[in-house]
Design a protein around this ligand. Structure first.
Ligand SMILES: [Zn+2]
Length: 268
């Protein structure tokens, strides 16, 4: 974008055209976030006939010590936005006490995101079960209960992995709207535009809360406002797939101009 503006040889309209092409290319070309495949029994979205949407965050375990994006935590709590967070077992063990404000708030629910974030399709069925059980124990130590939802690392889940998770009493949750927040090729503005314009009733959006997202806390207020301005309401994944629709909140003249705007919630 800056190249087009700095040349000085482009007319105003050609500059605008280049800007639009670059923006569209960033979102729609090879850097478009990948969708997980459809697998029987795996939930990728809720009912389409509602105005409800689930915001989800992955906390993927890394070999290095896990970090929590405190900016995302602050935005969720300040805006009172329900969300579902899928915890890596090792990440939960690393971060532990930093999750306290979320664990004590009924706004937030937690799911299982495996222990060490492996490629589960490459593991034996027994190893998949061991991995998920190990995560379950680590997560339960932090949140005080066993999660009942599971999201596969990298969105990689086939029928065998799904069956192994289901045999442990877990409902497998993937997504239909990956934000692409870890992708360095995507600008903050392009992520906001893509998520807000692509969401549909029942969408499950995935972002990151382990600092893997490069601008997640910065763009989250705009995504929340943008989707609320389109008439959507946020619910947890459990609520989204429960078949029980929540009534819309009373109209508020302050919607879209809350104190939790971009400036007050900038995290980094
Ligand atoms: Zn992950």
């Amino acid at each position: 974008m800056t190249v087009a503006l700095r040349t000085g040889r482009c007319s105003r309209w050609s500059s605008v055209a280049i800007l639009l092409l670059l923006t569209a290319g960033t979102v729609l070309s090879g850097s478009k976030p990948a969708q997980p495949p459809d697998v029987p029994g795996v939930v990728r979205h809720g009912p389409r006939g509602t105005k409800e949407i689930a915001l989800t965050f992955d906390a993927c375990s890394l070999r290095s010590r896990g970090k929590i994006d405190t900016g995302v935590v602050r935005v969720l709590l300040e805006t009172r936005t329900p969300a579902t967070i899928f915890l890596g077992g090792k990440w939960a063990a690393d971060v532990g006490p930093a999750l306290r404000s979320l664990v004590s708030d009924s706004l937030i629910e937690f799911g299982n995101h495996a222990y060490m974030h492996p490629h589960l399709e490459n593991l034996s069925t027994d190893s998949v079960r061991i991995e998920l059980r190990k995560a379950e124990r680590a997560i339960a130590r932090v949140i005080g209960r066993k999660p009942v939802l599971f999201r596969a690392p990298y969105g990689e889940v086939d029928e065998r992995v799904a069956a192994a998770a289901e045999s442990l009493g877990l409902t497998v949750i993937e997504y239909d709207l990956p934000s692409g927040d870890p992708d360095p090729r995507l600008s903050p503005a392009s992520i906001v535009k893509y998520v807000v314009s692509s969401a549909r009733g029942g969408s499950i959006i995935v972002m990151h809360i382990n600092t893997r997202g490069r601008h997640t806390a910065e763009i989250l207020p705009e995504i929340i406002d943008g989707l609320q301005n389109r008439g959507y309401r946020f619910v947890t994944v459990s609520r989204l797939i429960s078949g029980v629709s929540t009534p819309p909140p009373p109209a508020s003249p302050s919607r879209g101009t809350r104190k939790t705007g971009r400036r007050s919630t900038r995290a980094r």
